[in-house]
Design a protein around this ligand. Structure first.
Ligand code: R7I
Ligand code: MG
Length: 340
């Protein structure tokens, strides 16, 4: 039997991913940080928005592609996932996919999906991409294998290799999947620093890709440093010490930082009246240079901790794919329970 609490949290993961993406897409920060007041104003106007009218981007496209394929086949079928990624990409209008990953889609299609891992390994002169694209879609992996860390790590890495083979790309997907798992399993975070230290240890112990671990270790230690040293952190500090752009080793730590920073409502006077999931969504979107993706990843982690009820119904309804997100979370958790 699935407890309501687990289902609410699992739903929070996928809904958080979609909500953060939709919100972030409206506040693309590539040109600089966004005032929190503007984001609040935008959200308050959402109650008048039509159902599904706030559109998501590639983050959610790929999250749905991966999750629905896992549900359909009951397991990871790499060729099917590759096909789903490509079919969605080639049938969509502008969803703001990464500028290089589209070359992988073209080659996958040309090979009739028979060479599933080859095209990604040829990216960037053979080093593979370290973009954040395989981390931003990883949330279904955690739900399918909830309570089974080795399987989460294995599948997070395998799904990454379809588009991102660089060790930093793969490890970004693994760290994000583990962050969601830890948030799902924690009832009350008493110390954000301890949460971060334990997550780092778990990542180091379990990742199957040793190259690039030190980069993430350094970033996680900077998160700890910032959380310990400063009460009110300026966006410039986060951007200079952690980063928040399109690379996995910037965006994943930035997402983890956002979640941990927003646990303490006093750190965010302007939005202190909102619940923690909304604080995380607003904050992550406001400072990131890749606002849709950091918004999506940070709010997915927050959703695992706070649960989907933390997003007001009228805001949910405004987002494209909200109902599908809730159904997908339910189906993944049902599969997970059957496996145990
Ligand atoms: O990682 P990816 O799928 O998407 C990244 C972001 C996400 O936020 C999406 O929502 C979208 O907005 O873009 O896309 P990739 O094309 O694989 O990588 C994104 C970018 O990361 C590339 O265009 C490069 O600028 C950079 N990058 C690299 N640069 C140098 N060397 C990724 N890997 C490398 C590399 O090995
Ligand atoms: Mg993005």
């Amino acid at each position: 039997m699935c407890s309501t609490k687990l289902l609410e949290r699992a739903s929070g993961v996928i809904l958080g991913a979609i909500f953060g993406d939709c919100l972030g897409a409206e506040f693309d920060c590539m040109l600089g940080e966004q005032p929190l007041g503007d984001i609040l104003e935008y959200c308050n106007d959402l109650q008048n928005a039509e159902r599904g009218s706030v559109l998501y981007t590639d983050d959610s496209c790929m999250t749905f592609d991966l999750g629905l394929s896992l549900i359909q086949h009951g397991r990871f079928e790499a060729r099917e996932v590759a096909k789903a990624f490509c079919e969605t990409y080639f049938s969509s209008f502008q969803r703001f996919y990464g500028s290089n990953v589209v070359d992988v889609f073209v080659k996958l299609k040309q090979s009739n999906y028979n060479d599933v891992y080859g095209p990604a390994s040829q990216q960037f002169g053979g080093s593979g991409s370290y973009g954040n694209g395989s981390a931003m879609r990883v949330s279904p992996v955690t739900l399918l294998h909830h309570n089974d860390v080795p399987s989460i790590v294995k599948l997070a890495g395998e799904q990454s290799r379809i588009t991102h083979t660089h060790p930093l790309g793969i490890n970004g997907a693994i760290l994000q999947a583990l962050a969601i798992e830890k948030a799902l399993n924690t009832n009350e975070i008493e110390s954000p620093v301890k949460f971060c230290q334990e997550l780092l240890e778990q990542f180091k112990e379990n990742t199957t890709v040793t190259e690039g671990i030190s980069v993430y270790e350094e970033k996680m230690n900077r998160i700890i440093e910032i959380l310990q040293e400063e009460k009110l952190v300026k966006p410039q500090t986060v951007n200079s010490k952690i980063g928040s752009g399109v690379t996995a080793h910037a965006a994943v730590p930035a997402s983890i930082f956002s979640f941990l920073y927003c646990l303490d409502r006093e750190r965010l006077p302007l939005i202190s009246d909102y619940n923690g999931m909304l604080r995380t969504a607003f904050y992550s979107v406001s400072f990131s240079y890749d606002s849709d993706t950091v918004g999506s990843m940070a709010t997915a982690i927050a959703g695992a901790y706070y649960g989907e009820k933390c997003i007001p119904d009228e805001w949910k309804i405004a987002c494209e794919g909200a109902d599908a997100a809730l159904k997908m979370a339910n189906d993944l958790i049902s599969l997970n329970i059957q496996e145990q």
